[in-house]
Design a binder for this molecule. Structure first.
Ligand SMILES: Cc1cc2nc3c(=O)[nH]c(=O)nc-3n(C[C@H](O)[C@H](O)[C@H](O)COP(=O)(O)O)c2cc1C
Length: 158
């Protein structure tokens, strides 16, 4: 089993969260994990993975352009991968950027469904830090993702 965690990160906070999720995944066992910047990840590694985790900071209520570019680039290869998304944001903005990423994934692949509810990690200010107590949630999220069952095949068309 192979896992890839990609993140866009201007100030390093989303990167920290992505790396912590990757740590959680590898702690849970039998997965080879790559954590990489969304603009530099090798797309063949993404295409070959079973579990894909995508993270973006919230920029003006949106996922970043680099994140959306990545989603377009791998859209056709989503297949039966397990996919989950996360964001970093201010308190009260949880889930805003992740909902956009999930909607964009669904545009690429109508049968797309996240394998788990998205994770939002709160930063105190624009450049961080990550709020105390938030990073352990990222590690636990990774552990949980690593132990979820594979996606079921979509039902045949009626
Ligand atoms: C241009 C810009 C716009 C932002 N707009 C929002 C916003 O609308 N809502 C929010 O919760 N955070 C907003 N933020 C704060 C980001 O969530 C925060 O900078 C980010 O989580 C830090 O992640 P990074 O260190 O990986 O870049 C914004 C940040 C930037 C740079």
């Amino acid at each position: 089993m192979r896992a890839v965690v990609v993140f866009d990160s201007q100030y390093g906070n989303t990167r920290l969260v992505g790396e912590e999720i990757a740590r959680g995944i590898s702690e849970a066992g039998n997965l080879e994990v790559l954590a990489a910047d969304v603009d530099h990840v090798a797309l063949d590694r993404v295409r070959a993975c079973d579990l894909l985790v995508i993270g973006s900071p919230n920029h003006i209520g949106r996922a970043t352009r680099a994140t959306k570019r990545f989603v377009r680039a791998i859209g056709a290869d989503l297949g039966r991968k397990r996919v989950a998304v996360f964001d970093t944001c201010f308190a009260g903005q949880e889930g805003v950027a992740t909902r956009e990423i999930e909607a964009n994934l669904r545009k690429e692949e109508p049968t797309f469904a996240p394998v788990a509810p998205a994770l939002s990690v709160i930063v105190e200010r624009m450049k961080g830090p990550i709020r105390t107590g938030e990073l352990p949630k990222a590690r636990a999220y990774g552990r949980r993702l690593a132990t979820l069952p594979p996606r079921e095949a979509p039902p045949p068309p009626a």
